[in-house]
Design a protein around this ligand. Structure first.
Ligand code: ADP
Length: 613
């Protein structure tokens, strides 16, 4: 992967290279033009000098005064700073201002000489081996030196060549100096360009850096920052426009995220506070989320559940099968599932539906469970109640009918039998009446309690308990049982005296009925202290036959009897304790039972009350 370069490395090399190229091109053109101008100027100058001395040279040549010619060349050469060489057309050097002609090699092949021999002005720029310097040479042909005027007008004949030359060492030095300056200047310009580029790139990148930092904070979820105020003074129009756009984007994102969070929180609240247990499961059968009700139902930690395989959480084969089936067949399943637990079975009306994501793809399943245990229990209670009522009523009715038929079949004629049968019929009809009275009483209490029509008033407890004891005294005496009341005079309770008396009578009748001859039944009132302050307990205790532990939870249900034979024998309806329970509830209180089989029982009515005075 190519790592992105910093902005300066994008701008700097290109900038510097361009500037360098411009400098080099301009300098090169400058130097070359200067050199060319200087050389051309020098050549023109050399040609003029050659022409200036040409007549004198011609003279010496015409007169064959080679020695004097050489003297002349040396003298003129010295005064004009020019090297002067005279060469014959064959290339032999006749005279030279700077060297001895005898020692000089043939010059016939030199470029400027061949040019001059051809009748032109020969020019050459090259290194002189003789003088060991870069030189410019200009050679002009000297024609018709010995001819008269007439001959001069005829065809031109080249008799000698006059060559002038100067060293261009000065030019080289000047050019070298210029080049050094150009290099130094270039370096300075490059430095300046670097600094300017750095400054520009800084000016561009600094606001961008600031924007990057702000964008990183946006990415981290902090939208409080705004980019424009931070960059407005330094940024270019384009960057400032970008900052404005980013600020607007942050604002919109902030609003959107805020809205999403609010929505999510609302959904979360709805989801968690739903009474129905809800579990969302993905296609891999892993829990996506679970609400409070479901976590409680399956006894799992709501926070730890997501990500776990559903089988780890839901230990119910039926539900697991429904989940797998819905995932496989993509069809919803509705079923009632029974969850076995230590505290009893729980009935769950369960819907397993397909969970789709926003794009309409299968995202898993949603399990929604409605706890219908109470409804099922109520249904059972109601069914049992109807069955029980029918059964309870049918028994005395069947009995009455049987005896009436027997009487009609002839027993009426036998007086003793008739009287015995009629007594039984009377007893059974009384029992029937008791059941009906108790049923009516029960439904009346239930109904009034539901409507809040049972008036409660604070009053002394003792008279109520004494009245109840009075009612049961005869029965107690017959059974040889002692009734004891242990209640402080100042004990007061928030009560409906009539109903409370009925409840205590029911408890006393039971205590007497299920006691042995010579037993003792106590009604004790305990006024609550400390934590129990504001409450009174009316305890009816006997030392009778007691109740087996297994019966205790259902004892207050209608028609529930732990000792059926004895209950029937004494004409009980099986509704006594149910009435007590409803009366306790109408007092905003409760009824409790403790019993040891064979040792006795203790029933307690708990309600609001206190000691006064
Ligand atoms: P019943 O009319 O049969 O007495 P109750 O509702 O008053 O009906 O009582 C329900 C059952 O509870 C009784 O059948 C009896 O078996 C049991 N029971 C109630 N009180 C006592 C008690 N003090 N001692 C033993 N058993 C009791």
């Amino acid at each position: 992967m190519i790592t992105p370069k910093k902005l300066i490395w994008h701008i700097f090399p290109a900038n510097v290279l361009t500037i360098l190229l411009v400098i080099l091109t301009v300098s090169w053109f400058g130097v070359v033009s200067l050199q060319e101008f200087y050389l051309q100027d020098t050549e023109a100058d050399l040609e003029s000098r050659a022409h200036l001395i040409s007549s004198k040279v011609k003279e010496y040549l015409r007169d064959q005064k080679i020695g004097e010619l050489r003297e002349y060349c040396i003298q003129i050469g010295r005064t004009s700073g020019t090297r002067i060489t005279i060469i014959d057309p064959q290339g032999k050097v006749l005279a030279d201002s700077n060297a001895d002609p005898e020692t000089m090699e043939n010059h016939g092949q030199r470029a400027e000489i061949t040019g001059a021999v051809a009748g032109q002005v020969g020019i050459s720029r090259r290194f002189s081996k003789t003088l060991q310097e870069n030189m410019v040479y200009v050679a002009i042909p000297l024609t018709n030196i010995s001819a008269n005027v007439l001959q001069e007008n005829s065809e031109k004949r080249i008799d000698a060549i006059l060559r002038t030359s100067v060293s261009v060492a000065a030019l080289d030095t000047t050019l070298k100096r210029i080049k050094t300056r150009i290099i130094l200047g270039s370096l300075a310009v490059l430095l300046l360009a670097g600094a300017v580029t750095l400054l520009i790139s800084r000016n561009i990148s600094r606001p961008l850096d600031q924007m990057t930092r702000s964008a990183e904070r946006f990415a981290g979820g902090d939208f409080s920052l705004r980019m424009l105020p931070a960059v407005k003074n330094t940024a270019s129009l384009e960057v400032a426009t970008l900052a404005t756009a980013m600020d607007r984007m942050a604002e919109l994102l902030d609003e959107k995220i805020e809205a999403i969070i609010t929505q999510r929180n609302q959904l979360e609240t709805v989801f968690s506070s739903m009474v129905e247990a809800v579990i969302a499961i993905d296609t891999e059968e892993r829990v996506i989320s679970i609400n409070d009700a479901a976590a409680e139902l399956f006894g799992v930690d709501k926070k730890a559940a997501p990500g776990k395989i559903v089988q780890q959480i839901v230990r119910n084969v039926q539900l697991q099968q429904h989940i797998s089936q819905t995932l496989a067949a993509r069809e919803s399943v509705v079923d009632e599932i029974v969850l076995r637990g230590e505290t009893g079975d729980r009935f769950l009306q369960t819907n397993v539906v397909i969970l789709g994501n926003g794009a309409g793809e299968n995202a898993g399943v949603l399990v929604v469970m409605n706890d219908v245990t109470k409804i099922r229990r109520l249904e059972n209670v109601r069914r049992d109640f109807v069955a029980n009522v029918s059964h309870e009523l049918r028994t005395p009715i069947t009995s009455i009918r049987g005896y009436v038929e027997t009487l009609l079949d002839g027993a009426l004629d036998i007086r003793e039998d008739a009287i015995r049968f009629l007594e039984i019929i009377l007893h059974q009809s009384e029992r029937l009446a008791t059941i009906i009275d108790d049923l009516l009483a029960l439904s009346k209490i239930e109904d009034e309690a539901k409507r809040g029509a049972i008036p409660l008033a604070s009053g002394p407890l003792r008279p109520v308990l004494e009245a109840a004891a009075q009612t049961c005294q005869l029965q107690a005496d017959q059974a040889g049982i002692v009734l004891v009341i242990d209640c402080p005079e100042q004990a007061m309770a928030e009560m409906n005296a009539t109903l409370l008396e009925q409840a205590v009578v029911n408890l006393l009748v039971n205590a007497i009925t299920y006691s042995r001859q010579g037993g003792e039944v106590t009604v004790e009132v305990v006024v609550g202290q400390a934590e129990q302050a504001g409450k009174v307990r009316i305890v009816v205790r006997d030392n009778g036959i007691g109740i087996a532990k297994g019966h205790l939870p259902r004892l207050f249900e209608r028609f529930y009897r732990s000792d059926k034979a004895r209950s029937r024998a004494h004409g009980g309806s099986g509704l006594g304790l149910a009435i007590v329970k409803h009366i306790a509830e109408a007092h905003d209180g409760a009824v409790e039972v403790k019993s040891v089989e064979g040792k006795g029982s203790e029933f307690a009515l708990v309600m609001r009350g206190e000691l006064v005075g």
